[in-house]
Design a protein. Structure first.
Length: 226
């Protein structure tokens, strides 16, 4: 699941600190890292990119379009984010089969072995896998059947209790999830610093270090009031 990283529309919380263009470039780097990880984990024909927005308008457009080659690219469908997640699982099961490992573009540190590992968990247990995020949400949902994802339509998203409520909804529907590994989403500056440190070889980390170096080299405004 991805949003085309267009300046002013991508990573708006991070943009408040680094500016809209830098935020879009960082989002593009994170998406490229995620596409690379997915391509290393699964063969062509088993990879679905559910996209909203146009890559032609995005930062690092040419790189993103090259990276998306070999992926089955489909538009996201639904009025709410939760509805788009449900539809993303439905389309991935229809096009590529299951288990479906659904991730976004906020965890560039999620490498190929990790993506294969959560799929193996779902396969071994015959149950969905829900990987919690540090902020209380979740970063990955693995479904073994598209009906498991339908519970998302009733779960409020982007809240500190989204992870807990998602797990409870799956449990109530008869699909108790297996807990996946904990990861940190990139939403704020402190998240970006942590993820860049945890995965220093990623495009995201390299770009974040470049951004931090430019900020450190730039003259800082005088806040002394004199």
């Amino acid at each position: 699941m991805a949003k085309a990283p267009v300046a002013g529309r991508a990573k708006t919380r991070l943009a408040a600190a680094v500016g809209p263009q830098a935020a879009a470039e960082l989002a593009a780097a994170a998406l490229l890292d995620t596409l690379d990880a997915g391509a290393a984990a699964y063969p062509a024909g088993r990879r679905v990119l559910a996209l909203t927005g146009e890559l032609a308008d995005a930062a690092r457009s040419a790189e993103l379009r090259r990276a998306a080659e070999g992926w089955l690219v489909v538009p996201q469908s639904g009025q709410t984010f939760a509805e788009r997640l449900v539809d993303g699982h439905r389309q991935a099961h229809r096009l590529a089969g299951g288990p479906v490992v659904q991730v976004g573009m906020d965890t560039p540190q999620a490498h190929a072995a990790l993506l294969r590992g959560v799929a193996d968990l779902a396969h071994d247990h015959g149950r969905p896998v829900l990987g919690p995020a540090v902020d209380g949400g979740w970063w990955v949902l693995v479904t073994t059947h598209p009906s498991q994802a339908t519970v998302l339509a009733g779960v409020p998203m982007s809240r500190a209790d989204t992870g807990r409520l998602t797990a409870a909804a799956l449990e109530a529907a008869g699909y108790p999830p297996v807990a996946g590994p904990l990861l940190r989403d990139v939403d704020h500056v402190e998240d970006a610093e942590h993820v860049a440190s945890a995965a220093p070889g990623t495009r995201f980390a390299r770009l974040w270090r470049e951004h931090a170096a430019r900020r450190a080299a730039s003259p800082q405004p005088d806040r002394s009031g004199s």
